[in-house]
Design a binder for this molecule. Structure first.
Ligand code: AMP
Length: 359
């Protein structure tokens, strides 16, 4: 496959900050971008060549996107699979819609990971209060109950600790009477993630793993290098590369892992897109995860993932945006704001990365 010619157009489904950073990376490599998002003047549209304001499953919007671009990608994992497949009839859609299918349902995702020989938390499907009580009994009364679909940043989750059957009354209805999954509680010491890419020729490249701290279910900080054993890094990297091959993947993926006390890893979830825990790459690597994704989907050679600096990336969430001016004065700090004006609590407004000499 020859590389997409400069001046060609990439369609991006989803117009949040990830789409914005993909559009900026695409522009640097000479590509045009058209963003499909229902919200006008979304973060990605502010930097893309054009926005189509339409719902992700709107037939007219999708047809227009298809007519205006050579290839299609997406910036979030809840893109309707049917929309990706319909565009796929006439255009390359990367990452492949099968990756979306696997990642959209936590049950399917865990089954896929286990089939690929990758350990996950033990899990059971839950579709009533009775099946919740049965599953909790199997996991000794502790576990994390999650919606199978459409959960993100810790939303749609409930933690049980030493719970008896009496604590399950009304829970299924309280979670919206939707298909659920109970995961056994993982006593992790650290959380890490690996962002990696694969191109259509099957060449793969992984960035260094980051160590991640979550607050209130939202990523707060990613530190690189992660303070874990070398065997932990190689296990997480190997599992990520295996996932890429198993999905015949093209593009960037982010895979989150729990690290246990003995240094072994358990996969938590995979995101078929660029990942918040990979934002540090724009400051500490010559080629960022965003450029790497554009390179992979456009058939360009993958970039060097080597890291020239140690770094700590932090998200600016809600009112943290007020810190931006002070942060901008700090030497060795790379600031990135998303063009959002309404700093609601819990909303990701930007991020910054502090770089320091490589240890
Ligand atoms: P998730 O939306 O699945 O990424 O979960 C959000 C956060 O909740 C994770 O980053 C962990 O900190 C915590 N968590 C999720 N699942 C489990 C589990 N099975 N055991 C322990 N902690 C969990």
């Amino acid at each position: 496959m020859s590389a997409l010619k400069p001046g060609s157009t990439i369609g991006i489904i989803g117009g949040g900050q990830l789409g914005r950073m993909l559009a900026m990376a695409a522009a640097r490599l000479g590509y045009r971008t058209v963003v499909l998002d229902p919200q006008g003047d979304c973060p990605a549209a502010q930097v893309a060549n054009e926005q189509i304001v339409a719902a992700y499953d709107d037939a007219h919007g999708l047809a227009r996107l298809g007519s205006e671009c050579e290839i299609v990608t997406y910036e979030f994992e809840n893109v309707p699979v049917e929309a990706a497949k319909s565009l796929g009839a006439n255009h390359p859609v990367f990452p492949p819609p099968r990756a979306l299918e696997m990642a959209q349902d936590r049950l399917t995702e865990k089954q896929f990971l286990n089939d690929a020989g990758i350990a996950t938390a033990p899990f059971k499907a839950v579709d009533s209060n009775e099946s919740l009580a049965d599953a909790l009994a199997v996991f000794g009364g502790s576990g994390v109950l999650k919606t199978r679909r459409l959960g993100y940043d810790g939303k749609g989750q409930k933690v049980f600790r030493d719970a008896g059957g009496d604590q399950t009354a009304g829970v299924y209805e309280g979670m919206g009477s939707v298909p659920l999954i109970l995961e056994g509680f993982v006593p992790f010491s650290t959380e890490i993630s690996v962002v990696a890419a694969r191109n259509a020729q099957g060449t793969k490249a992984a960035f260094d793993a980051s160590e991640n701290l979550h607050q209130g279910g939202i990523l707060k900080r990613s530190t690189v290098p992660a303070h874990v054993q070398p065997k932990t890094l190689s296990a997480a990297r190997a599992a990520t590369l295996r996932i890429l091959d198993a999905l015949d993947y093209v593009g960037v993926i982010g895979v989150e892992f729990f690290v246990l006390g003995d240094g072994s890893v358990i996969a938590n979830e995979m995101a078929p897109r660029v990942h918040n825990s990979g934002h540090w790459t724009e400051a500490a690597c010559a080629v960022s995860q965003f450029e790497q994704h554009i390179r992979a989907i456009c058939g360009l050679p993958l970039g060097n993932t080597a890291r020239h600096s140690d770094c700590v990336m932090e998200n600016l969430i809600g009112d943290d945006l007020d810190e931006a001016e002070r942060l901008a004065a700090e030497p060795g700090l790379v600031l990135h704001l998303y063009g959002k004006t309404d700093a609601r609590p819990g909303r990701k407004m930007g991020h910054f990365t502090r770089i320091s000499r490589k240890s």
